[in-house]
Design a protein around this ligand. Structure first.
Ligand code: SAM
Ligand code: SF4
Ligand code: SF4
Length: 336
């Protein structure tokens, strides 16, 4: 059965955060000052088991969910994640399983296990090829080389068209835009620039830090001739362009929002469902999964949840011409 929300949007995708932990401390996501040794990450018993994730995914698949993205925190910190992928491939309605990762744990063995288990697509995040800048942004001990090694291991295991996510912030890494495109031009990877978003509250987002889609295109046009490409499918979040035989994308949640086609629901590691990346409220499915509720009763709850959905945060954030931050879930918690 297909369900629609208040704006006739279907439910098609689920993003599953499998852990709230990460081996990076990106300034725009998990600033070191907050995610330090005093921070209370979830205990193992608090996060959903693979069985619980599979149960909820099966129910959502019966309403039209066809795509699953595994994310986090850093999804490769979750032990045996390939076993979850293997089980997800057995849900017949699910046609596509992907993962977003920072890439440094993509060893040859791990990449091979993911491919063998049935992971279809990989997105690897990389904000700069400059080691010093990378350290500063990622707050980690790793280097861009470690990420690139992970990308190579993934390619060697048979992953194609790997996406490279680059969050761009004004006065931080706009100079890296062209170097990223130069580097990945003939690599078979597709770079996607992401406008710095006001997810959560800890990154102290300011509109003045955002490098917009137009700014990014202007920078790229200084060197390359760019032309827009058709969307691959209706709810695609990245707008696409070609450049000198290569392709890049831009995810413009701030300057050109795309709520009209948003078909995504997000499941946090501790089992809360969010119908929008910027929502303040969530739905406690762990409570349902750990109660004696039947699948039918959970299904009814989820159907009501989706049919009540009227989220369109990105289209309204600036509507009063002044930005007022509201309490929102953090990116590492809700899953990017
Ligand atoms: N740890 C993995 C990674 O970094 O790829 C997966 C989780 S991360 C939260 C998912 C994506 O969200 C990454 O590509 C990251 O760069 C992006 N992201 C995190 N915070 C962001 C923000 N404030 N604005 C835009 N993108 C953000
Ligand atoms: Fe970790 Fe990804 Fe957030 Fe960076 S963006 S801190 S790698 S979860
Ligand atoms: Fe979807 Fe919310 Fe993002 Fe709009 S703001 S595209 S509704 S997640």
């Amino acid at each position: 059965m297909i369900i629609t929300d208040k704006f006739a949007r279907k439910l098609r995708d689920i993003r599953i955060s499998v852990t709230d932990r990460c081996n990076f401390r990106c300034t725009y996501c998990m600033p070191k000052e907050i995610y330090n040794s005093n921070y209370n990450f979830f205990k193992k018993s608090e996060i959903l088991s693979f069985e619980e994730i599979l149960r909820i995914t099966k129910i959502l698949a019966s309403f039209g969910v066809k795509k699953v993205r595994l994310t986090g925190g850093e999804p490769l910190l979750r032990n045996n994640i390939h076993l979850l992928i293997k089980e997800l491939t057995k849900i017949t309605e699910i046609k596509d399983i992907s993962m977003t990762t920072n890439g440094v744990l993509l060893s040859k063995k791990r990449a091979h296990l993911l491919k063998e288990a049935g992971l279809n697509r990989l997105t690897v995040s990389l904000d700069s090829l400059d080691p010093e800048k990378f350290h500063k942004i990622s707050g980690s001990k790793y280097s861009p080389h470690d990420v690139l090694k992970g990308v190579q291991n993934a390619k060697d295991s048979g992953f194609e068209n790997i996406k490279i996510n680059t969050v761009v912030k004004k006065n931080i890494n706009e100079k890296d835009i062209l170097s990223m495109l130069d580097y990945f031009k003939d690599s078979g990877c597709i770079v996607r620039f992401i406008e710095f978003m006001d997810v959560g509250n800890v990154n102290l987002w300011e509109k003045s830090d955002v490098l917009s889609l137009n700014d990014i295109i202007n920078i790229i046009s200084e060197k390359y001739s760019v032309s827009p490409l058709e969307r691959n499918y209706k709810s695609e979040v990245a707008k696409r362009w070609s450049y000198d035989g290569g392709e890049f994308g831009i995810i413009s949640s701030i300057s050109k929002p795309f709520c009209g086609d948003c078909s995504r629901v997000r499941l946090t590691a501790e089992g809360k469902l969010f119908t929008c990346l910027f929502a303040s409220n969530s739905h406690d499915v762990k409570k349902l999964l750990r109660s004696s509720e039947s699948n039918i009763s959970i299904s009814n709850y989820l159907m009501d949840m989706w049919s009540e959905r009227d989220d369109r945060y990105s289209e309204t954030r600036m509507s009063k011409n002044s930005y007022k931050p509201i309490k929102k879930a953090e990116m590492s918690y809700i899953g990017g």
